[in-house]
Ligand binder design. Structure first.
Ligand SMILES: [Zn+2]
Length: 162
């Protein structure tokens, strides 16, 4: 069991799909600037991965509008390598240093344990079923994403093919 400081959730919205990024209050309150930056950048790699998977998902004609597309959202491998996204080398090394699959920041964990959990501040348990998002095929097919992110996804695909 670990502390979840942030997550990226795809959800149906306005007939398509919108992608939400949530940050926990404890991260914002106790994270160092470097940690918050690393978490934001790491979540962005999940976001780009989701856009990549959703935009390249070929919706087959025999899949009905109502059938569900399930996608894993917390699989640690479900990111795009930071070096394929960010031109800023310092940021790439910050993310790689802070994340070993999940955020590795023992002093933040300790602070949150003492200053948040032990003081009875609100804690929410995340159910394992929440690690998979279910979206109707019709919404996946109708999803429209930021053209700049799609351009980035196309350039990442080219780099991965090499
Ligand atoms: Zn992650």
């Amino acid at each position: 069991m670990g502390v979840m400081f942030a997550r990226v959730i795809p959800a149906e919205a306005a007939g398509g799909v919108s992608i939400l990024v949530q940050f926990s209050a404890a991260l914002v309150a106790f994270g160092t600037k470097g940690t918050v930056e690393a978490v934001a950048a790491h979540e962005f790699t999940h976001y780009v991965d989701l856009v990549r998977r959703l935009s390249t998902k070929n919706v087959l004609s025999d899949e009905t509008e109502e059938s569900l597309y399930g996608m894993a959202v917390t699989d640690p491998g479900r990111t795009v390598p930071p070096k394929l996204i960010f031109a800023d080398k310092a940021l790439v090394s910050l993310v790689s240093r802070k994340f070993k699959d999940v955020l590795a920041d023992p002093s933040l964990n300790k602070k949150v344990e003492q200053e948040w959990v032990a003081k009875g501040l609100p804690v929410r348990w995340v159910d394992p079923s929440e690690t998979v998002a279910r979206i109707r095929m019709g919404s996946v097919a109708a999803a429209r994403f930021d053209p700049r992110v799609l351009e980035k996804v196309a350039s990442i695909e080219r780099k991965l093919e090499r």
